[in-house]
Every structure is written in C-alpha cells, then in structure tokens.
Design a protein around this ligand. Structure first.
Ligand code: GLV
Ligand code: MN
Ligand code: MN
Length: 427
C-alpha cells in the first residue's frame, strides 16, 4: 500500500478505474452493479481516512468528518467561545459514474483527492474546526437516462417528478430504478443540508481542455460553468422496401435526421462559443433493406452565454421545422435537461486562488465548457472549482491522463486550502 499521498492517490485512481460494468473498458452508470462496487470500495477508503460513511436514497456515497470540537473554540475576551464555523460543513466532491469507455479521472479525482488530503491532514495531526462531507455523486454524466446530475439533484432535493419518468434504453424509468435500489419504496429526497449550515462546495476536476497544459500550469480555478440544454428528438417518416420504393416517394427519417445533424453542426461552427453534439442515434426498424421509418437521437447544446444559447436553440427549432416540412417527416422534441450558465462564488474562489498562488506561484481563471455537479450544488451553497490539467486536453476517452506531478500540485492546493480556511476562522 503506497504511503506517500501522491502515490496513494494514483493507486486509488487506478483501482477505481478497474471497477466497470463492461469487461475491457471503463463504464459505470447510475445504480449499476459497478456503481455499487465503487461505493463499497471508495466507502472503505473514506473509513480508513476517518470518515463516517453512508449511501443516500439516490445512491450518492457520503463520507463525513465531524469538526474537531477543541478547534472550534477560541478564546475571546477571556472566555471560550464558539467560532463562526461552529456547526458548519464544507462540502467537497464530484461524481463516481462515468461515460462509456471512460478515462480514470473525470469525476473520481474530485472524490478521491479530498479523501487523500483529509488522510494527510490527519497524519500531520491537523484538525479542522468545521465538518467536511466528501460526496461521491451517483450520476453526473447523463449516460443512462440522457439527463445529467441525478445524484446532485437528489442530494439538493431537486429531483423532479418529470425526471423520475425518464426511461433508459431498456424502458426502465428513473423512478422504477430508484424504487428497486431502495428495496421497493422511494420518496423524492429532501435537501440533505440546510444552506445556513454550509460553508460551500469545492470540486476538483480535470480541465478536459488544453489551456492549462498550453500555459504550462498544473492547476487553475473556474470562473463559471457553461449553460447546457439536452433533448431527445424523434423523426417519424415511413418505413418501406429499400429496393422498390422510388427515391422521390420516400419519407426517410434517417435522411431527415442526418440533414438536421449537418445543419446543427454548421450553425455551431459559425456561432462563436457554441457547441452542439448528437451523441446517440437509434434507427428503426434497423435493417439494411428497409427505409428508416423512425430515428431517435440526443442533442446537447452549450454556450457560456445563456442568451446566445437560447438564440441558437430557436434557430435549431426553425431548422427542424423546415426539414420536417420539406421531407414530409414528423418530428417530436423532449427536453431532458436545461441548466443556465453557473458562475462560481467569487469569495470562495478567491480563497481557492490564494492556495493556488501559494503552491503554484500564479493562478489562471477558466470557463468550463463541461458540466459539473457544481451546477446543481450552486442552488444550495457557494461553489468553487479547481481544474487540473490533462494531457492533450483529452477527456471522455480511455487515454485521459493527468501526470502525478500535476496531481501532486492539486493535492497540495487542497491541503493548503483546508488549513488556511481553518486558520481564518480559528484566528
Ligand atoms: C459532463 O462531463 C458533461 O459536460 O457532459
Ligand atoms: Mn465530470
Ligand atoms: Mn464527464
């Protein structure tokens, strides 16, 4: 068992990276058997670091380290008095689910790094005057139900009845999956924490882009997370014989979807900052000699400016109407996700930045194009994010990689951040 914190972190990332639902590649999705094994494994590591562990009704893994009572008290005018942090909790975390054929870092880093940082503080005999909760969210990627953030929505009491109705590829709804997970009974969870008891939520995540690497920096802070809309679209034409139906008489649903995909790509290419992706597509009935009768696909659209994202969505809607009309094909939309751009807290980010400067010499502020659990957590408490560089900016890919050196900087920043936060409040 590695004893140096950085070796330990690497070792944990490697071990968790083996926990998968699909042999030969890393895939862990919401409430799957691999997610259950991941919770057991990470829960064990949390316990070893001195945390008390539970799994909530949406499958989030939660490790809690209580405040050190002695450290919570300071001498004020000769009396021992509670500091402003008495009864307060700092939240640290990220997600434990993955995309299909994922890398080892996206999500797990933000759960495992805090565990190793807290173990390191314990080894140094440092105690904190506030409680810390390390959160391993059960769902952030939106792989199983095409809607992201189910874990943090559960934790913050924001899981909606509409979300419970979404169905996976096997026709199982979110509500049915959660009912089974909870042994037959599931009630929408309430907010897990009172806002007034929270210091904030800090998430460590790989950058998933090339900027830090290009600037020769290990870490940076996030100023805001781009807004995001996701949809499920269905095009319905008419299936028929591929050999006998003349081209002019066809209502080919796949041709309509393909024209739409290329049109959306062109729009995103000419709109600065806009990104749009069709990542899943199903053709029915799905035979080489049958004209596609219907096609269902996802659409993910993001921009850091909500106004420009909404304007793009209107243009995309008009494009779909025009294609459907011209081709005699019907189309239906279901919005599966909608999140506005999320600014990080200036005050909490300034504290994180102070530690980045102390460890790295300088800091850099970045906008995140990727979605993060912080989007949902921001409804509960101030958020801040630490980005760690990754090789070639590559993510959502098995070759995702962050060097031990950069991980070491991130770990030092977290340890420094916790120590300074404790010192700020205990005087
Ligand atoms: C999560 O990784 C997302 O941005 O889709
Ligand atoms: Mn992530
Ligand atoms: Mn991801």
């Amino acid at each position: 068992m590695p004893t140096q914190p950085i070796q330990r972190l690497n070792h944990l990332l490697d071990e968790l990276g083996q926990v998968t639902d699909e042999p030969g590649r890393l895939t862990r999705t919401f409430l799957s058997p691999a997610m259950g094994r991941a919770n057991q494994l990470v829960g064990r590591w949390m316990k070893e670091a001195g945390l008390k562990v539970r799994v909530d009704s949406v499958g989030n893994l939660i490790g809690r380290l209580e405040a050190n009572v002695g450290a919570r008290l300071v001498h004020a005018r000769g009396r021992r008095q509670a500091t402003p942090l008495q009864g307060m909790t700092l939240l640290l975390g990220s997600h434990l689910d993955t995309v299909r054929d994922a890398g080892r870092f996206d999500g797990p880093l933000g759960v495992l790094l805090p565990i190793v940082a807290l173990a390191e503080l314990k080894r140094r005999g440092v105690t904190l005057p506030f409680a810390v909760e390390v959160l391993g969210f059960s769902e952030e990627e939106g792989v199983r139900f095409a809607s992201a953030y189910l874990g943090s929505e559960g934790y913050t009491g924001r899981l909606s009845p509409a979300t419970l109705k979404l169905r996976d590829a096997d026709g199982i709804s979110v509500g049915e999956a959660l009912k089974k997970f909870n042994g037959g009974r599931f009630l929408l969870p309430k907010q897990a924490q009172r806002t007034s008891n929270l210091i904030g939520y800090v998430e460590v995540h790989i950058e998933q882009g090339p900027v830090l690497e290009q600037r020769g920096l290990a870490v940076g802070v996030v100023s805001a997370i781009a807004g995001q809309s996701r949809f499920k679209l269905t095009w319905t034409g008419k299936a028929g014989h591929a050999g006998t139906t003349p081209m002019a008489l066809r209502r080919d649903a796949l041709a309509a979807a393909a024209e739409f995909a290329v049109g959306v790509e062109a729009l995103a290419r000419r709109t600065r900052g806009l990104v749009a992706t069709i990542g899943v597509l199903q053709v029915s009935p799905g035979a080489a000699n049958v004209i596609p009768g219907s096609v269902t696909h996802t659409l993910d659209v993001r921009h850091a400016d909500d106004r420009l994202r909404r304007r793009a969505l209107m243009a995309i809607g008009r494009l779909a109407t025009q294609i459907a009309g011209r081709r005699g094909v019907a189309r239906a939309w279901q919005r599966t996700q909608e999140n506005g751009a999320t600014p990080c807290s200036r005050a909490l980010t300034a504290r994180l930045e102070r530690s980045v400067k102390a460890v790295q010499g300088k800091s850099l502020s970045l906008v995140s194009g990727a979605g993060h659990d912080g989007v949902v957590m921001s409804a509960l408490t101030p958020i801040a994010m630490l980005f760690v560089g990754c090789r070639d900016g590559l993510s959502h890919h098995p070759d995702e990689y962050t060097s031990p050196k950069d991980l070491g900087v991130a770990l030092d920043v977290m340890v420094d951040f916790l120590q300074r936060l404790a010192a700020d409040y205990t005087g």
